[in-house]
Design a protein around this ligand. Structure first.
Ligand SMILES: Cc1cc2nc3c(=O)[nH]c(=O)nc-3n(C[C@H](O)[C@H](O)[C@H](O)COP(=O)(O)O)c2cc1C
Ligand code: SF4
Ligand code: FES
Length: 589
């Protein structure tokens, strides 16, 4: 469950108040004269916060950005700085603490508590990394670390599953991490990300980039023709839900403006790394696609939400947005980059919108859908990074070019994130409708000495299927009758050496940690599922009953999809229980 629901925030804010709070927050309660209540404002802290915020407007939607500024500068959020931030933004302490404690990348430190040490090592413990030894790595790093200098934390998928196991030290990732390689980085003092070489704006334009956008803006293309080309191409949303893009644009346009657009770059589904793949290589495909979308729905502004786990991407995006402004392709401020703060649930579009508004990432109840009432209550077009990436190419090369690339009834390309027990894990751009067996072949086959046993067709959410079902076409809808789905197209391959029960337990622990805690079926359900899956023998009846309640009554897709893993495992692997760790080692944590 996310931190903010654990009661930490609530306990702290019970202190709230004080003589310096805006009148609207004080209410009518009287206060003992001469004895100010609550946490006191420190002039020095206020000066420090003001200096950090500079001339930025003190808008409440920028709260998370400001928390990042403080966290980046001081490595934690002290009570005195949070108090000063409340003052500066004229927000209640409750409002600020509930946000700060929700996100795992913020370290809220109460008065009298010890701040974290200067160096944080995050060890990814999601499924592919666990498969590749993350448990042992975490234990060894923890045993070696000097706790006054270094803390070692577990963290969910970092979107680098092709180089598992992975650690992050400050903002610097270590791929194929070992104790030695991580300790060498700690010693080196390096904490900033390595920026990979990527296609710049000038290089993209030299190859004809932004000519499709120009043809839209100059009137050579109409909105109707663009929408019908995308519909003919059968382009679907590639963030997980597969909603047809052309139809979504029409729906958003049908609501009265002013409208807004969001780009979902949260990519937190374990096993998924395709958006990062594109953004670290050719970010302008996404930018051009987004600007075409904004033109089509007449969006006033684009908010680009990028996960904090991708610091190199954040750097690239900031740089390239500035380049777009300088080139006159966008007005200054037209694309606003927003940084997530370590919460998987903020990939769910309504939670992402809450986060952009500066709040906790609580998914909204629907209807209304965000197409009608979205960001700042405006009709909002939201698309995933990869969805946008394909748009300029489809418009330049034609609907048929894209649609014809599918196989087995699928239409178009997909970017499959393939990881686990294959020789060459990575992003494989291949037709929609391809099978898992073919993807394994394209990924160089199984690792030496391993026999294919099972796979996740859609990351942690999409269930687990046996090798005997590896010839099914993989596309939206094709796995429904197996209780499974492709979602974000994250394929994780397991071998005969892997313990399916432990795989399922790892997936449910992820959901338990990442549930926002807003609704009972998911908050309690994930917790209960983990407890049941930890038992030596799975109680199938109880697990089925639990799954039913979670699917029927959870507010969002997290709670609805979380049971897929154990329901499909019980069907296809009837003797599964977590007898070892994922990689089959009996000395389980
Ligand atoms: C729990 C959960 C997590 C999600 N995470 C992401 C994500 O990281 N990135 C993404 O684009 N969509 C994610 N989605 C799907 C979004 O809600 C939404 O459908 C998508 O961003 C729409 O864009 P698209 O139509 O281009 O796919 C998630 C959905 C759920 C329920
Ligand atoms: S299902 Fe409920 S508790 Fe779970 S993540 Fe969604 S809103 Fe939060
Ligand atoms: S980076 Fe560790 S599972 Fe994805």
């Amino acid at each position: 469950m996310k931190k903010g629901k654990s009661g930490v925030g609530q306990k702290i804010v019970a202190n709230g108040g004080g003589p310096d709070r805006p009148a609207r927050n004080i209410g009518s309660r009287k206060r003992a004269r001469g004895f100010p209540k609550g946490r006191q404002l420190e002039d020095a802290a206020l000066r420090e916060v003001r200096e950090l915020l500079g001339s930025r407007p003190r808008r409440p939607d920028l709260l998370i950005e400001f928390l990042h500024l403080i966290q980046d500068r001081y490595h934690y959020l002290s009570a005195r700085h949070l108090r000063a931030l409340c003052e500066e933004m004229r927000l209640s302490q409750a409002a600020v603490y509930e946000v700060a404690t929700f996100y795992s990348h913020f370290d809220v430190i109460k008065e009298g508590d010890t701040p974290p040490p200067p160096t944080t090592i995050r060890v990814c413990d999601s499924i592919t990394c666990e498969l590749k030894g993350a448990e042992a790595l975490h234990a060894a790093l923890k045993a070696h670390a000097n706790p006054s200098q270094v803390r070692v934390l577990r963290a969910p998928c970092m979107g680098r599953c092709d180089t598992a196991p992975v650690c992050e030290i400050g903002h610097l990732h270590v791929d194929h991490a070992t104790v030695d390689s991580v300790e060498a980085v700690v010693e080196s003092g390096k904490r900033e990300p390595v920026i990979p070489p990527y296609q710049t704006l000038a290089e993209y334009r030299a190859k004809g980039g932004y000519s499709v956008l120009q043809s839209c803006r100059t009137g050579a293309r109409t909105v109707e023709s663009v929408i019908s080309t995308l519909s003919d191409a059968s382009l679907k949303g590639l963030g997980g839900a597969g909603f047809p893009v052309g139809r979504k644009w029409q729906i958003v346009r049908s609501y009265h403006g002013p409208r807004l657009m969001t780009i979902n770059g949260d990519e937190g589904e374990p096993g998924t790394f395709k958006d990062r793949f594109y953004l670290e290589r050719e970010p302008h495909g996404m930018f051009e696609g987004a600007l075409i979308g904004a033109w089509a729905v007449e969006a006033e502004r684009i908010y680009l939400y990028m996960r904090d786990e991708y610091p190199a991407v954040l750097h690239i995006l900031a740089h390239e947005i500035a380049a777009l402004e300088q080139a006159g392709l966008i007005e200054p401020g037209f694309i606003e980059l927003r940084r997530g703060a370590g919460a998987y649930i903020c990939g769910e579009e309504s939670a992402m919108i809450e986060s952009i508004e500066g709040k906790r990432g609580y998914p909204r109840n629907r209807p209304p859908y965000i197409a009608e009432v979205g960001l700042f209550d405006r009709p909002t077009l939201n698309q995933n990074v990869e969805t946008l990436h394909w748009i300029p190419q489809i418009l330049a090369k034609g609907a048929k070019w894209f649609a014809d690339h599918g196989v087995n009834g699928g239409k178009g390309f997909r970017s499959w994130s393939v990881s686990g027990r294959v020789r060459k894990p990575g992003v494989i751009v291949a037709p929609a409708g391809i099978t898992a067996r073919e993807l394994i072949e394209r990924a160089g086959g199984m690792e030496e000495g391993q026999t294919f046993k099972a796979y996740l067709p859609g990351g942690a959410s999409g269930g687990i299927l046996p090798a005997s079902l590896a010839d099914l076409p993989l596309d939206f809808g094709t796995l429904d009758k197996y209780g499974s789905f492709v979602g974000s197209h994250a394929i994780v391959i397991f071998s005969d050496r892997d313990d399916i029960g432990a795989v399922v337990l790892n997936l449910l622990r992820f959901f338990k940690d990442e549930s926002c805690g807003q609704c009972t079926p998911c908050r309690v359900g994930c917790d209960k599922a983990v407890a049941l899956l930890e038992r030596d023998k799975w109680d199938e009846e109880l697990l089925n009953e639990l799954a039913q309640a979670m699917r029927d009554a959870s507010i969002c897709g997290l709670g609805q999809a979380a049971p897929n893993a154990f329901i499909t495992a019980m069907e296809h692997f009837p003797h599964a229980t977590a007898r070892s760790d994922v990689a089959g080692r009996p000395d389980r944590y």
